[in-house]
Design a protein. Structure first.
Length: 282
């Protein structure tokens, strides 16, 4: 089997796996798992005057939750006064507000760090969407390249998959930037630095499965781009080999003239005795 066929098959499989993983991560709500030890908070609630007992039952900060790119969900118990809805996976969630239209002009009161975090969050979503666009275009160039066995189209597919990898990796980087601002820089509600020390000590934040499969998807996109690049080289090499083989069949073959001895005369032999065309007439 030609090396181009094997490499193209592997590259296509890697691309499909990459798109599937990044898409699942993009749409699910398990990037972070925020575990709140409510038992510990409740036991020490009387010694924390800054925590309102009604907030402990009504606000989402005091409940275990998962956080994605678009929603915050409560897989266990849910707060009583939060405006929640049932998500497609049967958990109660609320949306993360990116203030896209900002009809109420709420961003006018944001401080510099809050605006920086908001711009990074918006850019993160935009980078993921652009990476999906590159994958969509790569699908068509890949189909055309396989159909025509065109090294140029396959090379374009490799470049598009590399761009998709870079943009999705950029989105992951911005997500980490938002995480840093939310946990280390911002001291306003609802971010961690504004919480009561008791709540901070009773809360643990860890990465969840959506985060991990997002990074795995980025890695598979890079592998796919490298394999498409290798397939382009294989196709070009095979095409050059076929063209060289065809040129060998197309080379003209000229018949060689047979040389006859002339015996010192200008007419080729052989001659027969009594021939009127020979050198002698008898």
């Amino acid at each position: 089997m030609p090396c181009s066929a094997i490499t193209l098959s592997l590259a296509t499989i890697c691309a499909v796996v990459s798109v599937a993983l990044v898409s699942i991560a993009f749409g699910t709500d398990n990037w972070q798992y925020i575990n709140v030890n409510r038992t510990n908070v409740e036991a020490k609630l009387q010694n924390a005057p800054s925590i309102n007992p009604s907030d402990f039952q009504e606000k989402g900060l005091y409940f275990t939750r998962t956080k994605g790119l678009f929603r915050i969900c409560f897989p266990k118990t849910r707060p009583a006064k939060e405006d929640l809805y049932l998500s497609p996976v049967e958990t109660y969630c609320k949306n993360i507000d990116y203030h896209i239209f900002d009809e109420d002009d709420t961003t006018s009161s944001f401080k510099e760090d809050e605006m920086t975090r908001l711009h990074m969050a918006r850019s993160m979503i935009a980078l993921f969407i652009v990476s999906f666009f590159f994958v969509f275009v790569a699908f068509w160039t890949g189909v055309a390249g396989c159909w025509r066995r065109s090294p140029g189209n396959i090379a374009s597919t490799a470049i598009l998959m590399l761009l998709a990898c870079l943009f999705s990796a950029g989105g992951m980087g911005l997500w980490h930037g938002c995480e840093y601002f939310e946990e280390e820089k911002l001291r306003v509600a609802p971010y961690k630095m504004s919480w009561d020390p008791l709540l901070q000590d009773s809360t643990s934040v860890s990465y969840d499965w959506s985060y991990f499969i997002a990074w795995i998807g980025v890695g598979w996109a890079l592998i796919s781009a490298l394999l498409f690049s290798g397939a382009s080289v294989c196709l070009r090499t095979e095409r050059e080999r076929e063209e060289a083989k065809n040129m060998a069949y197309l080379m003209p073959v000229y018949p060689q003239k047979q040389q006859y001895p002339t015996y010192g005369y200008g007419y080729p032999g052989p001659y027969h005795y009594g021939s009127q065309y020979g050198p002698y007439n008898y």
